[in-house]
Design a protein around this ligand. Structure first.
Ligand SMILES: C[S@@+](CC[C@H](N)C(=O)[O-])C[C@H]1O[C@@H](n2cnc3c(N)ncnc32)[C@H](O)[C@@H]1O
Length: 414
């Protein structure tokens, strides 16, 4: 790794966090939400009563670490999370956050993920590497090292920058690296701010309204966005090639609806041609269509088990689980023939829900299986709502709610 990258994150731990805020809220997101991990990596069937080893590679100020450590503690899982980062100041922040929450399942290490082969940490069930690979001089070498630390039946949650959504960033990085490379950090930040004030309206950064870190995340955000010394972005095919180079396969892209051409098109002739593409080609097509994917978040497992890793909604023993708790709230305002609206960075899509979306959602509590829910609905309906019709309606509901990252499947209600 380059010394410059380490020095940046030492001076500007990212993202800025205040441990006292842990008393008010838990920051949750992707990758590495426990419901997502179980659904995508373990077919919904992971038993979290058993030991679970996690590596957080480049954990920064700890958003992913704290979320997952808290989720595992809430489940009473005998888990060990190993937090690794080259920045000691970032580590100090996540340690303080963990202390605020009385989390005792994290081991903190200040080290490079590139040194993993010499650290003798053993193998992991799950590896989180969020926003780090694109800052390595050789991301493929870094990912190969992480893959070597992964158990055969484990999986990874990754985030890398998206090339199209970051249109404009690299133009300004090029200008600033030419004009401000040898200055001290404060002078570089000052020059970046001056440049932002002077951008002509035709500049691609000025024309990309979805890049906000320089406005919302203070000096650390401005530095990270425009002054980074080691930063690249990926298209979907480039990410797929990176993941494949480590013997892994992408099994899920988050949020799924954003990677589906059908979210953007309704012309039958175009959609028919898109449907003949494979899953990753469709995702690449969606990226080209939308143009607004600033990051790519994915789950990956060893290629040999890619076909079986993700939980499927066809099994009546599966328990549907909603990210935001029980389904009563989502069901409240749903009418037969209703839709669900998804929004992201300037785009809005509407998805049709099945006729009985409301009654099904109202019965989802994270404990009842599909068979239980069907039994309930069939009883209300004098037995007329048969299993096949229920599974069809549930599959449609699941497709939509999973696509917007709200519903997952689990085999266990512990
Ligand atoms: C953009 S931050 C992301 C932090 C965190 N994963 C998150 O998503 O909030 C990137 C982090 O990767 C760390 N990092 C960069 N290169 C690293 C390396 N070779 N080994 C370990 N950490 C590294 C940096 O110090 C920084 O904290």
């Amino acid at each position: 790794m380059t010394e410059r990258v380490r020095a940046q994150y030492e001076a500007y731990p990212y993202p800025p966090r205040d441990a006292r805020d842990e008393a008010k809220r838990l920051i949750e997101g992707s990758p590495s939400h426990l419901l997502e991990i179980n659904h995508y990596v373990f077919g919904g069937g992971r038993d979290f009563r058993q030991p679970f080893r996690v590596l957080i590679a480049g954990g920064g100020t700890g958003d992913g670490t704290i979320m997952l450590a808290q989720h595992l503690a809430d489940r009473g899982c005998p888990a060990e999370l190993v937090y690794l980062d080259v920045s000691a100041s970032a580590r100090a922040i996540v340690e303080a956050r963990a202390q605020q929450r009385n989390l005792t399942n994290i081991r903190f290490m200040t080290a490079s993920l590139l040194d993993l082969p010499t650290l003798a940490l053993g193998l992991f069930d799950y590896v989180d590497c969020c926003g780090v690979l694109h800052h390595l001089p050789d991301p493929a070498a870094g990912l190969a090292i992480l893959a070597a630390a992964l158990k055969d039946d484990g999986g990874m949650g990754l985030m890398v920058y998206g090339a199209l959504g970051r249109t404009g960033v690299y133009h300004l990085q090029a200008i600033l690296s030419r004009l401000a490379a040898d200055e001290a950090d404060t002078a570089r930040l000052d020059l970046a701010r001056r440049l932002l004030k002077q951008l002509p309206p035709t500049n691609w950064f000025a024309r990309n309204p979805f890049l906000r870190d320089h406005l919302n995340v203070g000096d650390a955000g401005l530095y990270d966005l425009l002054l980074h010394s080691q930063d690249r972005a990926y298209t979907v095919p480039e990410l797929a090639a990176l993941v494949a180079s480590a013997g892994l396969a992408i099994i899920g892209l988050i949020e799924p609806w954003r990677y589906d051409p059908a979210s953007y098109l309704n012309d039958g002739a175009l959609l028919k041609r898109c449907s003949s593409l494979d899953r990753l080609e469709r995702a690449a097509m969606a990226e080209l269509l939308a143009g607004n994917l600033k990051v790519h978040i994915c789950y990956a497992v060893k290629a040999a088990r890619a076909a079986t890793a993700v939980a499927q909604p066809q099994d009546p023993a599966m328990i549907p689980v909603l990210r935001d708790g029980s389904g009563g709230e989502s069901a409240k305002d749903l009418r037969p023939g209703g839709t669900l609206t998804a929004r992201a960075e300037g785009f809005e899509a509407r998805f049709a829900l099945p006729r009985r979306a409301g009654p099904i959602l109202a019965r989802i509590d994270g404990r009842r299986s599909l068979a239980d829910i069907h039994g309930d609905l069939a009883a209300d309906d004098g037995g007329r709502f048969d299993r096949r019709a229920f599974m069809e309606e549930f599959s449609q509901l699941f497709r939509v709610f999973n696509a917007v990252n709200k519903m997952f499947l689990s085999r266990d209600n512990n």
